[in-house]
Structures are given as structure tokens and as C-alpha cells.
Design a protein around this ligand. Structure first.
Ligand code: APR
Ligand code: ZN
Length: 380
């Protein structure tokens, strides 16, 4: 491993040259890691909606050419100056948001919204020097959310790297870099359903099903899945979802349907749709006196959440969460252990696998809404 340290590495990367155009596998140069950075060999990566959203350039500041990708598992190839807690050979998960361990957020222990390394989708360069570590014939290629895992090698800030159990299969735990941890943590860290309670999950995509997995792990006795797309229901039974509600099947608001089903409301709800009406329903469907609702989905920028204040006075609680409240470096290794000790199941989230050369197929699956996660093997 040490032989490439300090040198430029030439390797294959899937480059997005233009918005919405298929990625092209190119030979890129990857510069050595600078201070507080590490260079990773990526072994597995998976596609998440956020990659697709910015590849389609729906974000405000499209940067091209760019290397997308932020859910992945890999091995440290070399470390830059000042890196003390990672060494070549370590098994890691890169994360789109970081934990510097030094800012007010990191020190508070109540927050995972690191000031230094919080997700920034508009930045396409490394924070230390404002430069990219990727180039083709000297021409820079932009990074994405500090991870750019659709490359055989990438450079990441040390604060965005979780060191995990080297026995953990990277082709499975790679999905913990983003969506699955987000849904799981929303339930386990924020909603915290008591054993035997009822939990409604709005939106049964990968994030919502991970929230349902959290409810199953917490020992909820009723897990009610709410989705407008009935195709989502059959797969959801594998995730412990016990009942289904399609808001389209009812002529009254879904919160009233849920209240009738549960004698006044669910104990907890987790919203994983990004739709503001679903957010309002998710709040209003919890039981007065103790109900807690947690918002996870990313809403439209002009969305407004409207509810009567009486819903709060009647002792309902509304919370929001970012990355399931997990601190990437401190907490993700423990989530990996949950998988290792068979508390958490990940196989059921991985519905497709493709070799790196066929990475565009992963985009096709996501466009067609087919499956949950497609894992991309970098060595094939
Ligand atoms: N009521 C119920 N279900 C809804 C509604 C609604 N008003 N609107 C959308 N949904 C359902 C969709 O039918 C879909 O099955 O929500 C589900 C969302 O699943 P995916 O699109 O696969 O999204 P996922 O990857 O799970 O992410 C969910 O979390 O991270 C955020 O930006 C992400 O907002 C998105 C959310
Ligand atoms: Zn910080």
C-alpha cells in the first residue's frame, strides 16, 4: 500500500461531464492527500437520490465536470499531514457530512451539525486550499459533498471518515454512509419508540424502510407504513411494516385514518417523503399527551409547514433530524457493529449490484423507482 503514498495516482472514475448525461468512465489523476486529508481506495459505492438530484442539476449551483457518489466503503491508501487516528489499511466509510470534534456543534454532544464539515452541495473543492484533488490532463474535476466515491481513489477530509471494524463486509455496510443511517437514526436516536408502541412511517423508500427497521429493532408492536405508491407495500413487509395506509384510498385526511386505527393517534411517527403535506400529517397523527413526530425528508425550498398551535399545546412534539442525529466518526462504527451482531439487517436494502463499468444502470434503476439500493463494485 505504501508504494503510492505521496504520488499522483491514475485510476478510473465515473465523470459527469454534463447535467443529466450518462457518466463516462475516464482515467483521472488523484493528487496525494494534503494536511488533515486521507486518500481512500473505494471498493464499493451505492447510488442515493442526492447524487441523482445534483447530477440532474436541480441544485442551485451546478458544477461540472464532477465526480458524484457519497455512499461507500473503502480502505485508507495514505494519509496527509496531521492525521493521527487513521492509517493505511484501515477500513472506512466516507460520509458527506463531518465531525471535526472541535467546533461548538461537535463539542455539544447534542448536535451532529459540525460547523467545519457540514454538508455543502455547492462546494466542489477541498476546504483546506479551495482546490480539487481530481484532474484529467491537468484540468480539474469537481468533488461532490467532500466524498466523490464514484472513483477508484478519492481524497476526503479526515473528519468525514468513519473507521470501522475491518471484518465488516464493505459491500453491505457501504449503504450506511447516508440513507440507511438517516432513517435508522431518525427512529432510534430521535423518535425513540418505547417497546410495544405504535410507529407510523411516511414514505417507504430506502430511508423510510430504514426508519421502519429502527422501529422493528426498538420493539415497536405496530409499524404502519404510509405511502401513495402501493408498489412500495409488498417489499415493506420484509421490513417489519405490519399495516399499510394509502392516503389516496381515503376521502379524509390520513391523520384521521391513523387516529381511528390506533385509538387516538400513533405513539411515534417518522416522515421520510420530503413532501410538506406528509410532514403535516405525520405531526398531526401522533397521540396527544405523548406523541412524537420526526421529520427526515428534505422539503421543497418554498415549502411552509402549517398546523394549529393547539396541536403542540396538547402535548405533541415535533422534531427534525439530520443524518439520523449520528455523529459520523463517533457513532457510525457502532451502527456497523449492530449489523455485525445481527441486530440490524442490511441485505434487504441491497436490491441490485452492478460492476463499475455499468454504473449508469444504477441511475436507470433509481429513475424507474426500481429497488432500494444498487451497490457498485469498483473492481469489476
Ligand atoms: N404521502 C405519503 N407518501 C409519499 C408522499 C405523501 N404525500 N409523497 C411521497 N411519498 C412517498 C413516495 O411514494 C415514495 O415511495 O415517499 C417515498 C419516498 O421514497 P424515495 O423517493 O425512494 O426516497 P428516499 O430515498 O427514501 O428518501 C426520502 O428523505 O433524504 C430524504 O431527500 C430525501 O426527501 C427524501 C426522503
Ligand atoms: Zn465540528
Amino acid at each position: 500500500m505504501a508504494s503510492t503514498a505521496g504520488q499522483v495516482i491514475k485510476c478510473k472514475a465515473a465523470v459527469a461531464w454534463e447535467a443529466g448525461k450518462p457518466l463516462v468512465i475516464e482515467e483521472v489523476e488523484v493528487a496525494p492527500p494534503q494536511a488533515m486529508e486521507v486518500r481512500l481506495k473505494i471498493l464499493y459505492t451505492s447510488l442515493c437520490h442526492t447524487d441523482v438530484y445534483f447530477w440532474e442539476a436541480k441544485g442551485q449551483n451546478p458544477l461540472f465536470p464532477r465526480i458524484f457518489g457519497h455512499e461507500a466503503g473503502g480502505i485508507v491508501e495514505s494519509v496527509g499531514e496531521g492525521v493521527t487516528d487513521l492509517a493505511p489499511g484501515d477500513h472506512v466509510l466516507p460520509v458527506f457530512t463531518g465531525e471535526c470534534k472541535d467546533c461548538a456543534h461537535c463539542k455539544s454532544k447534542e448536535s451532529n451539525m459540525c460547523t467545519l464539515l457540514r454538508i455543502n452541495t455547492d462546494r466542489g473543492v477541498m476546504i483546506s486550499d479551495g482546490k480539487s484533488r481530481f484532474s484529467i490532463n491537468g484540468k480539474p474535476i469537481y468533488h461532490f459533498v467532500g466524498t466523490s466515491t464514484f472513483s477508484e481513489y478519492t481524497v476526503v477530509h479526515v473528519g468525514c471518515v468513519a473507521k470501522i471494524n475491518p471484518e465488516a463486509p464493505l459491500d453491505k455496510v457501504c449503504v450506511l454512509s447516508c440513507g440507511i443511517s438517516t432513517g435508522l437514526g431518525a427512529t432510534l436516536n430521535v423518535a425513540k419508540p418505547p417497546k410495544g408502541s405504535s410507529v407510523a412511517v411516511f414514505g417507504l423508500g430506502a430511508v423510510g424502510l430504514a426508519a421502519a427497521e429502527g422501529a422493528r429493532i426498538a420493539g415497536a408492536s405496530r409499524i404502519i407504513g404510509v405511502d401513495m405508491n402501493p408498489n412500495r407495500f409488498s417489499a415493506a413487509t420484509e421490513f417489519g411494516v405490519t399495516e399499510f395506509v394509502n392516503p389516496k384510498d381515503h376521502d379524509k385526511p390520513v391523520q384521521e385514518v391513523l387516529a381511528e386505527m390506533t385509538g387516538g393517534g400513533v405513539d411515534r411517527s417518522v416522515e421520510c417523503t420530503g413532501n410538506v403535506d406528509a410532514m403535516i400529517s405525520a405531526f398531526e397523527c401522533v397521540h396527544d399527551g405523548w406523541g412524537v413526530a420526526v421529520l427526515v425528508g428534505v422539503p421543497h425550498k418554498d415549502a411552509v409547514f402549517k398546523t394549529h398551535p393547539m396541536n403542540f399545546l396538547n402535548e405533541r412534539t415535533l422534531k427534525g433530524t439530520f443524518f439520523g442525529n449520528y455523529m459520523p466518526r463517533s457513532d457510525l462504527p457502532n451502527v456497523v457493529e449492530k449489523y455485525m451482531n445481527k441486530e440490524l439487517e442490511l441485505e434487504k436494502f441491497i436490491t441490485h449490484e452492478v460492476p463499475f463499468a455499468e454504473i449508469n444502470k444504477a441511475f436507470d434503476y433509481m429513475h424507474r423507482g426500481e429497488g432500494l439500493r444498487c451497490v457498485i463494485r469498483m473492481d469489476a
